[in-house]
Write a protein that binds this ligand. Structure first.
Ligand SMILES: *Cc1c(COP(=O)(O)O)cnc(C)c1O
Length: 358
């Protein structure tokens, strides 16, 4: 069987460039006689891979020198706890924008460490509230939001303005999908398994002045300062995931960097949104002004048709299209690695399915 179009929300498709290179180098990495998976993380050879990957991340994202790039474990979910552990102590309270399931989980975790102000709660999560609708506390330690809501398919269409309160952003499902101005953020974090590589690696980008807030009882492997001072190697890092992230970044560079990614992603998303808007059959989950470029969500006229859609699409090698169990409907995740052919095939099927069942 050949490659399918995999619309999974994560872990998700990786570029063939990356998988092929990894396969070529699997048994014998560049004449060393071993796989990257088998290398000591303290070896000169591996440190070269690690350093090149950090540098590529800096180059591709344009990360300023006063930010550290950490390669950690525990997923975005461990950062839900780590963020208040490091930052809540500044004033004892923090602002949380609740715009979806992960944003809510992050908020609930933070409550264990201090006072949480709900800056907004946009339930049922079809839209991102406007700046004027945010209730901001000028004494908040930080403002936390989820840049792209993976489950409902909404994207923050603007950068929240919070004055001197640092922005902390979960970019798990949209990092590397378009250029961003890193200097506007205090902390950016993301699990790798959507747009950066395999599960097991978490990237955390922290401004230098925010590294030091953890108390003594915070586990060493969670401590941003300790990890920054030890090249993310207080313990064994997710070494193979870091190597694959390096290949993903190399692929992005050859494609023209983040500006080219954005252009490509906008074109891909437009193909699906146009197919959705072209008939009354499909009901969008996300409002027009808040639509994600990465997760396209919609509903058929009833749940039986949602199921039939997913089943018939799978028969045509378009896989993992069922919406998240909490949102229902259909979700097509179209991260960087999803080729244009994938969304074109899906759009064509959407038209056929609406005709046959409308
Ligand atoms: C997938 C996802 C998470 C959870 O990530 P883990 O790595 O599984 O902890 C958190 N936030 C967002 C926005 C996600 O898409």
């Amino acid at each position: 069987m050949g490659r399918v179009f995999n619309f999974s929300a994560g872990p998700s498709m990786l570029p063939e460039f990356v998988l092929q290179r990894a396969a070529e180098e699997m048994l014998d990495y560049r004449g060393t006689g071993m796989s990257v998976m088998e290398m000591s993380h303290r070896s000169k050879l591996y440190l070269g891979i690690y350093e090149a990957t950090v540098q590529r991340m800096r180059d591709v994202m344009g990360i300023p020198n006063n930010y550290k790039v950490l390669f950690l474990q525990g997923g975005a979910t461990l950062q839900f706890a780590s963020i208040p552990m490091h930052l809540m102590g500044r004033t004892g309270k923090a602002d949380y924008a609740v715009t979806g399931s992960f944003a809510k989980k992050a908020m609930q975790e933070a409550k264990k460490y201090g006072e949480v102000n709900i800056a907004c709660d946009s339930k049922p999560y079809a839209a991102i509230p406007a700046q004027s609708e945010l209730t901001l506390d000028p004494n908040a330690s930080y403002f936390h939001y989820c840049g792209n809501n993976t489950i409902f398919g909404t994207l923050w269409p603007y950068l929240p303005q919070t004055g001197d309160v640092p922005l902390v952003c979960d970019l798990s499902s949209s990092i590397l999908s378009q250029p961003i101005d890193v200097s506007k953020y205090g902390v950016i974090y993301a699990g790798a398994q959507k747009n950066m590589g395999p599960a097991g690696l978490t990237v955390v980008i922290v401004r230098d002045d925010l590294l030091d807030g953890a108390s003594e009882i915070v586990p060493s492997v969670m401590n941003w300062r300790g990890m920054a001072d030890n090249d993310s190697m207080l313990n064994t890092p997710p070494s193979y995931g870091i190597y694959l992230l390096g290949l993903v970044l190399e692929w992005i560079e050859t494609m023209g960097g983040l500006p080219a990614m954005e252009t490509h992603n906008k074109k891909k998303a437009a193909v699906l949104y146009d197919a959705m808007d072209a008939c009354d059959f499909y009901t969008p989950v996300a409002d027009k002004g808040s639509r994600s470029l990465m997760n396209v969500t919609f509903r058929c006229p009833n749940e039986d048709l949602d199921k039939l859609f997913v089943k018939q699409a799978a028969e045509k090698d378009m896989l993992t299209l069922a919406g998240h169990r909490s949102a229902g409907g259909v979700r097509a995740s179209i991260y960087n690695a999803m080729p244009m052919a994938g969304v074109e095939t899906l759009a064509e099927f959407m038209g056929e399915f609406a005709k046959a069942n409308g």
